[in-house]
Design a protein around this ligand. Sequence first.
Ligand SMILES: [Fe+2]
Length: 356
Amino acid sequence: MLSNLLFIAALSSATAKAPEPVVRAIEDITNLPSTIAFGSCARQIKRQPILDTIVATDPELFIYLGDNIYADTRIKFVMQLKYKWFASKPKFKRLRAAIPTVSTWDDHDYGRNDDGVDNRFKQESERQFLDFWRVPADSERRHHPGIYGHHIFEANGRRLSIILLDTRYFRDTPSPTTRKEIRRAGAIFRRKYKPNPDPSKTILGQAQWAWLKDKLEMPADLRIIVSSVQFGHSYNGLESWNNFPAEKERMLALIKDTHANGVIFLSGDVHWGEISRVKEGAGYPIYDVTSSGLTQIHDWASSNKTRVGKAVKQLHFGMMNIDWSQDDPLIALSLVDINGEALVTKEFTLSSISSD
Ligand SMILES: [Fe+2]
């Protein structure tokens, strides 16, 4: 109780009579972005020096991939206080004034750890999320259940599509592993859930799947799909698309069937960084860049058969650089540390992630 009172008192003094901060949002972008930074997993009570590195890198857009705060609550005023705490952080204010941001959520800003469809607090957390991230009143994101949304940018005959998924609001409860299965697997914390082959179990829900098909059918050269949880890695027992294999196959088949070339996934959640590559299913390789560690980082990473390069076990953010000036645009994906050094980089041409 005392710590709660101290928290409220500290927050009141931090936010009292503060002038309205400058905020730039994705709607401010009028050209075709070629430098996009992204990251996830940031505890609002921690110092966030890496935000200064992101500002110094000067990307045209920053995408928050989820667990942007650790609300971990189903109580309205507690979530409000935690967002206020985050908003009052000088480094976050600086980032938000300098770089347009856009966001999706994961479990800790949606509700509590591993929350899904059963979160009874989700309508309130949706309201708070949309208000905090300044999602405009006329955005489609405010006119359906869940926070999924879409942005498109165009210049010189090139189009970039950014698809923000909601992997929490509709997500069925994943199947927990049994004690026996955990014993057999050897590492308890890495075998929390097992794949459920039941095709009626969902991550996105029916309406979001129909919406996604529509968005994938829109013409674009490059399509960034933001999924808070990992998509492209091999099974590790943690929360991910691998717990719902029929949903993962459905995604790959949808990419193939809609001829949606140039899809790259961005994900967070796990507290390490890595680039994964799915070779089969979509008609071309699907990269998934996991950037999870603005403040939260493990000193270990699960094994991953689809990993490209090494895992990153220090604070980092992700970067995507696109050279649109080339006939066949060059794409560079990297994971960058607090000193601005790229620890993992993967480069390829746009035509290499195409089935045509
Ligand atoms: Fe998470």
